[in-house]
Design a protein around this ligand. Structure first.
Ligand SMILES: C[S@@+](CC[C@H](N)C(=O)[O-])C[C@H]1O[C@@H](n2cnc3c(N)ncnc32)[C@H](O)[C@@H]1O
Length: 430
């Protein structure tokens, strides 16, 4: 019996897929499916066939890729885009059409979400152009057809579906005016010549691909992003991916809940901030202490003199009256974190956890805040608490995997990512 690692190597070399990241079992399952389809019971025979046939190579790639996506995945990203475009980009680029790229675009939800966001902001569809690129022809066929089942619509606010789709049987057909500025192309992100003849892009969405790639492929992808971005362009990544880009040399944009980077640091007067909010901290360039602002809410009296960390203690809840007063603290902490007031958010979240020591989302929020403050050890502790309380918290699992990977523990990182993927797949089936 031939070791499946030759097939793993083929996939790494061809599309950058890391067997460790996606899980060898996922690849083995795809191979078994292909072998069954072809009626080939022996892996060595299958490998020979794979090497000889481009058609089979494409089929195996189709079987192994993860096309999981949905409209407005991480809403904050799209809000940030619109704020920045309307507040800054159009002023700095009068008359120039905006260019965006979704790579990988999978079945098109991300590219169309960009279009809908811009149109919602009153921008006409002839003022922007969007390219969507993916290696999967099946996914691209879905993107071009623009007929979407319910799984593509997640979250509470689906009002965009009423504005931009018509029901068709059990599915929903996207309006032509949203489709018009979007073009889909097949491409392998590892192909040196990919999009070489295209003008650079002002905004690139490269989300939820790096997590599946080997380090070599991550590096190649980030090099490509730099080549394809305009000098002042913004790259949007998935939540567990930005850190890799920053460590590699891109500059993180410190916007809570948005995982974006740009090519190089802009000095004073940077126009990178969306117009609506001053950003409170410039990650990696200023001391974390400077990010810690005084709390906007009066702290409960017993908190005086305590550091935020001292509130992450597993104490029994206080009496219910006090608990209900604190009930709003979590929302307020979240709101502050969203605004970028990380120091205040950290403190309030700490107060809240003092009374609600088994509140999963509060531990998760704490982890996000620590992560944004570059306090990876504290972030790890918080995410660990979140998954201890809820082993199916896929976001906490993803964040934790990234931190652990940065510490060099790739095996544990891969295990955590596998767990997260299993949970996401299960949730998508529901
Ligand atoms: C999880 S989806 C991401 C879709 C979207 N960006 C999002 O975040 O929702 C990953 C996509 O990456 C594509 N892909 C994987 N390897 C690729 C490669 N080497 N080049 C281009 N696309 C690739 C897959 O076909 C799949 O559609």
């Amino acid at each position: 019996m031939m070791s499946p690692s030759r097939i793993d190597s083929f996939l790494e070399k061809t599309i950058g897929l890391s067997a460790e990241a996606i899980g060898s079992e996922v690849i083995a399952k795809a191979v078994r499916l292909r072998m069954a389809d072809l009626g080939l019971p022996d892996v060595a025979d299958y490998y020979g066939h794979l090497m000889a046939s481009e058609k089979e190579q494409a089929a195996l790639i189709e079987a192994v890729v993860v096309p999981e996506t949905w409209f407005f995945r991480n809403k904050k990203t799209f809000r940030f885009l619109v704020d920045y475009v309307t507040g800054t980009w159009f002023k700095e680029n009068p008359g120039r059409p905006l260019r965006a790229l979704s790579i990988p675009c999978s079945t098109g939800e991300e590219a169309y979400s960009i279009a809908m966001s811009l149109m919602d902001a009153g921008i006409q569809n002839n003022r922007f152009h969007i390219d969507g690129v993916d290696i999967s022809e099946t996914a691209l066929a879905g993107a071009r057809a623009a007929l979407y089942a319910r799984a593509s619509f997640r979250g509470e606010d689906l009002s965009f579906r009423e504005r931009y789709f018509d029901p068709e049987g059990d599915a929903f057909r996207l309006h032509d005016d949203v489709r018009q500025p979007v073009r889909f192309l097949r491409g392998n992100i590892l192909n040196e010549g990919i999009l070489a003849d295209q003008e650079p892009y002002d905004f690139i969405f490269c989300r939820n691909l790096l997590i599946y790639l080997s380090s070599r492929a991550k590096q190649r992808t980030l090099e490509l992003m730099v080549r394809l971005l305009t000098d002042s362009g913004i790259l949007f990544l998935g939540h567990a991916e930005r850190e890799a880009a920053v460590l590699w040399g891109l500059v993180g944009i410190p916007e809570f809940g948005v995982f974006a980077c740009r090519k190089e640091r802009k000095e004073k007067g940077s126009s990178i901030q969306p117009a609506h909010e001053p950003r409170p901290c410039r990650r990696r360039f200023e001391k974390v202490e400077r990010c810690l602002q005084p709390p906007r809410l009066a702290a409960p009296s017993h908190s005086v003199g305590k550091s935020p960390e001292s509130f992450i203690t597993e104490r029994a809840p206080n009496d219910s009256a006090q608990s209900s007063i604190r009930g709003d603290l979590f929302d307020e902490a979240q709101r502050l974190a969203d605004k970028g007031a990380l120091g205040s958010a950290l403190e309030l979240c700490g107060h809240f956890l003092n009374d609600h020591p088994i509140h999963v989302e509060a531990h998760f929020l704490m982890g996000l805040i620590y992560e944004a403050l570059d306090r990876q050890e504290k972030a790890e502790q918080s995410f660990n608490k979140a998954i201890y309380l809820d082993p199916n918290h896929s976001e906490a699992l993803n964040h934790l995997s990234f931190i652990v990977e940065n510490r060099g523990n790739t095996a544990r990182a891969a295990h955590l990512r596998e767990r997260a993927q299993r949970v996401s797949r299960k949730q998508a089936e529901i």
